[in-house]
Design a protein. Structure first.
Length: 277
């Protein structure tokens, strides 16, 4: 029996996601120091620097976007055709529905986690830490929170996980569903806690699947941006009515979101079969 030649490139692509994960941690730490040093020479108060966590996050994310975009273009020069070609209307509608749908799934998980945390102290600590995180962000001017969480944050995360990590795993592993699940689980683990890890892993898997079918980083970035924006509304919209309305729409979009994912699966299957004939 003839043995297949050892594919060094495939091994490198398999190891790259782990290397990127580790490098990202060090790069983030380095980039966190640079804005603080630069701000010392600008006419802003120390209180502004120390309390503007979202401002620092936004600066770091912009730096990472530049680095990851260049790396993505260098690593993946060839264009991959989409498995399903969507019209502009379909792209818009699917992206909106998925954005709300994943929000509905996230809310169900967060409510469930908060309920069971009453019986487990270690889980209750995570709920308190998660709440404190959002309280800290609210101390920053809204413009920086919006920029960090709802704009540049999603862009850098999609470039990293759906762009670099998913594409690398796809080149290393022939079984199509493994890169989707692995990149999604890595996305969840990257958020560092069980309360965030589960729903972000689900989000990561859905986004990886959506990217696989459409081959559009723009669409998955928009899903991520809309989803994050819905949880960081401007002060004028930050009312109980607004969040209640978003919650209802999010729950109603869960079933249509699942239908869209099934549609994409069936449509791609039909296109593959028609191409093979």
């Amino acid at each position: 029996m003839e043995r297949k030649p050892f594919d060094k490139k495939r091994i490198l692509f398999l190891l790259f996601p782990v290397a990127l994960w580790i490098a990202n941690e060090y790069l983030t730490d380095i980039l966190f120091i640079i804005p603080k040093m630069l701000l010392k020479y600008l006419p802003v108060s120390d209180n502004f620097v120390n309390n503007s966590l979202s401002f620092i996050d936004a600066i770091i994310s912009i730096s990472l976007i530049i680095n990851y975009f260049v790396l993505y273009k260098l690593m993946f020069k060839e264009k991959v055709k989409p498995e399903v070609r969507l019209s502009k209307a379909q792209s818009f509608l699917f992206t909106i529905i998925i954005s709300f749908g994943v929000g509905g799934v996230s809310t169900i998980w967060l409510d469930f986690f908060e309920y069971i945390s009453k019986y487990f102290k270690i889980l209750n600590n995570q709920v308190e830490t998660f709440s404190t995180l959002y309280d800290d962000m609210e101390q920053s001017p809204y413009i920086w929170t919006l920029l960090a969480i709802a704009i540049v944050g999603p862009i850098v995360e999609e470039l990293m996980f759906r762009g670099l990590i998913y594409r690398s795993l796809e080149k290393a592993i022939e079984i199509p569903w493994i890169p989707i699940i692995v990149s999604g689980v890595m996305f969840g683990a990257w958020h560092g806690s069980l309360i965030q890890g589960v729903y972000t892993a689900v989000l990561g898997i859905i986004l990886a699947y959506y990217y696989k079918k459409t081959r559009s980083l723009f669409l998955v970035i928009m899903v991520h941006i809309i989803n994050n924006f819905l949880s960081t509304l401007p002060p004028a919209w930050d009312t109980d009515f607004s969040y209640s309305l978003i919650l209802v729409i999010s729950y109603l979009c869960i079933a249509p979101m699942i239908a869209i994912l099934v549609y994409l699966h069936r449509k791609s299957k039909i296109q593959v079969e028609s191409t093979a004939i």
